[in-house]
Ligand binder design. Sequence first.
Ligand SMILES: *[C@@H]1O[C@H](CO)[C@@H](O)[C@H](O)[C@H]1NC(C)=O
Length: 321
Amino acid sequence: MLMLVVSMDGTNDSVITEFVLLGLSASLEMKILLFLFFFSFYVGIVLGNLFIVFTVVCDPHLHSPMYFLLANLSLIDLGLSSTTAPRMITDIFSEHKAISFPGCMIQMFFVHVMGGTEMVLLVASSMAYDRYTAICKPLHYLTIMSRKTCICFVVTAWVIGMIHAVSQFVCIVNLPFCGPNKIDSFYCDFPWVAVLACTDSNWVEHVVTANSGLISMGTFFLLIMSYIFILVTVRHHSSAGLSKAFSKLSAHITVVFLFFTPCFFVYVWEFPTLSLDKFLAILDFVVTPLLNPAIYTFRNKDMKVAMKRLSRKIMSSKETP
Ligand SMILES: *[C@@H]1O[C@H](CO)[C@@H](O)[C@H](O)[C@H]1NC(C)=O
């Protein structure tokens, strides 16, 4: 259905067949450095996140709602990064970084499906996981997270992600594009494409700002509130617990800031001419998708044990043919 809309509008009203990405302009040395940096990070994202999903699915000890949630988060991290990183990496050395009209539309759509879903899942995971590790374990509380709640979280995240992306997509895809086609970034996104339309697209920009701004700032405040709630609850019980909880949570809070700062600059702070936002966007696609598994999963004791168990299993199956 959506594809039909793309091709209809792509051939009827628009003369543009492709958009030109200006990418991350840099010297040759800088390009080599960026290439090595992004390439190794992306390999880390693919291997790390797939390994987590594989471990959770294969190890019966980890068949609990919390680990299913973390595995889902890993899958989304991988998906979000894959919407832009492979293209960005292969584009670094190319002179003419063109993306076809449908390609650009599809990229924007998936960036927002994955991005919106990721935000909601981050809230769910952090509420479930951080509360579990910061409050429940030291104070012997029980987690109230059933399998049903978990499925509910995952489904809600996808539904919100879809609504978030579709509602912006239908506004953009119907705009006429007739001339300007240069995007000062390494990927297509709604605010940058909306300004290229050959009509008064002010209202679309407002829709994008309201929609993306609302979901990113909304989930950001939910996360911050959740952290404050955890810290206040812990402090209530003991001040030693507070510093311990804070040191545990500080990595998560840092990643939350790294993830949401680019969203703020791209969607809320309306300065499209400022090219700071394209550099900040790198954080969302190649840095936080690697940090999430690192802090949520690899620091976790149960997960470490499960990974050892899994690698031992793989080793022994190799030795005995
Ligand atoms: C994602 O969450 C759902 C619901 O709990 C679960 O059934 C599914 O196995 C999870 N996906 C992965 C890859 O763990």
